[in-house]
Design a protein around this ligand. Sequence first.
Ligand code: HMG
Ligand code: MG
Length: 297
Amino acid sequence: MGNHVRIVEVGPRDGLQNEKTLVASADKIELIDRLSATGLKSIEATSFVSPKWVPQLADAAEVFAGITRRPGVQYPVLVPNERGYERARSVGVEEIAVFTAASEAFNKTNINASIDESLARFAPVLQRARQDGVRVRGYVSTVLGCPYQGEVPLADVVRVASSLHAMGCYEVSLGDTIGIGTPHQARAMLRAVAAELPISALAVHFHDTYGQALSNILACLEDGVAVIDSAVSGAGGCPYAKGASGNVASEDVVYMLHGLGLDTGIDLDALAETGRWLAARLGRETGSKVGRALAAA
Ligand code: HMG
Ligand code: MG
């Protein structure tokens, strides 16, 4: 294990995309600005997908234009196609994330495309990004199982991750979209991908549906992964993944990392405070156990 772990905070996107309550644009902006004040260096701000598919983030342009961009902080946004790329660029986005899955059935439901069609859609986006100096992350969903297809062969995960990397994604995030995997499976999946791609180009993205996320993260850390996606307050879920619950809570991940002697550059108290603030906005208690424990202490 190296000493520094980078957290990619996905709450403003993965968290809010699945909320039934519509969060006001001003609150989204405040959330992102609070997060950037905690020391986070990567904050996924919003998503330029079709507003018909994800109405929760229809205000992507307004939110992105409203945040105070801190020097040294990246604010990636989700982009599904060229139309999304143009919308993102028109408000000054400098980092994007494209997303597909290792499961054909999931992709049909989530982005109305096969795996190969999705990669073909990304090709012109990646080409324009390269010309514009825009950094691109790539997501592979359903790496440990699919709500529609069930088992997902490791070879499919490796093929899709390798394609995204070869197309120019500087980092590929491996997503257990429905939070179904367990630690040895997570490690085997990571090892299979790391046999083809440098581990420094890989991130892990766990939803906590079955309470396995922290254990899975630890297993992957022990294999050398140093980038972890998580969502403050444990918000989130994919609207097109039946049964998917929230992302692992950023506060819980940071608490574990600091306890392991790893450095994140993040102020845990400020992060937990932000998680409780967000939960109050959503009318509930924070989904982070660490956030609750710190409040009670
Ligand atoms: P489609 O309906 O197949 O495509 O959607 P289309 O090109 O025919 O477009 C339909 C309508 O949307 C058209 O409007 C387009 O103009 C418009 P109409 O003519 O009907 O008025 N449109 C757009 N509008 C704004 N911005 C755009 C855009 N593109 C088309 N970018 C599409 C295909 C991919 C667009 C759609 O399926 C979509 O937006 N899907 C997004 C689904 C989504 O956001 N899912 C959640 C994110 S993935 C996730 O959460 C997993 C992750 O966290 C990792 C993990 O956990 O595993 C990343
Ligand atoms: Mg996700």
